[in-house]
Write a protein that binds this ligand. Structure first.
Ligand code: ADP
Length: 175
């Protein structure tokens, strides 16, 4: 599996599946979630509502993932996952790792070959970028995902890109 970094907007990516840093309501929010629903159109929200009415009547639990159509986006599917809110007093990194693992599992089940991730939890949910990048890359590298050829991380700004780039090179590497 190839891992690539892109600086840009995930709603413009042509990956088979793009991952949404959703909240457990699945009914939309700010940040990347808002952008995906805005650009993807109402079909995505309609499928999210249907999921709420059936399998996820209490919402999608933190660390899990579920797919919908990508509506008008250039991707085929949106995989919604709920990242943990960062906490200084409690280690929630297993939940952040679980988002990446569960999303890759859903993508593999769908038959996706290419998957694009945002930096889950590093926006409104407050996760420090360096640690969020380290967990993202470590988890994706360690997760078997049959059929997935390329995973890209789509970083919205230069700071996030730099942190992922540093994490990709590994500890102790010059910048
Ligand atoms: P969370 O609630 O999981 O923190 P956010 O959407 O607030 O989710 O932020 C997650 C990351 O996505 C942040 O690094 C933010 O800068 C980034 N982001 C926001 N909009 C986009 C976008 N359109 N494409 C890619 N990344 C985005």
């Amino acid at each position: 599996m190839r891992i690539t970094l892109v600086q840009g907007d995930i709603t413009e990516q042509r990956a088979d599946a793009i991952v949404n840093a959703a909240n457990s309501s699945l009914l939309g929010g700010g940040g990347v979630d808002g952008a995906i629903h805005r650009r993807g159109g109402p079909e995505i929200l309609a499928e999210c509502r249907a999921l709420r009415a059936s399998a996820y009547d209490k919402g999608l639990p933190t660390g899990q993932a579920v797919a919908t159509t990508a509506g008008r986006l250039p991707a085929r599917w949106v995989i919604h996952t709920v990242g943990p809110v960062y906490s200084r007093s409690e280690d929630r990194s297993h939940l952040l790792a679980s988002c990446y693992r569960a999303s890759l599992g859903v993508a593999a089940e769908l038959g996706a070959h290419t998957v694009a991730f945002p930096a889950i939890s590093t926006g409104i949910y407050g996760w420090p970028l360096d640690d969020g990048a380290r967990i993202a890359l470590k988890t994706v590298r360690e997760t078997p995902a049959p059929g997935i050829e390329e995973v890209s991380f789509v970083l919205f700004d230069a700071t996030a890109y730099a942190e992922f780039d540093r994490a990709l090179r590994g500890p102790g590497q010059a910048v």
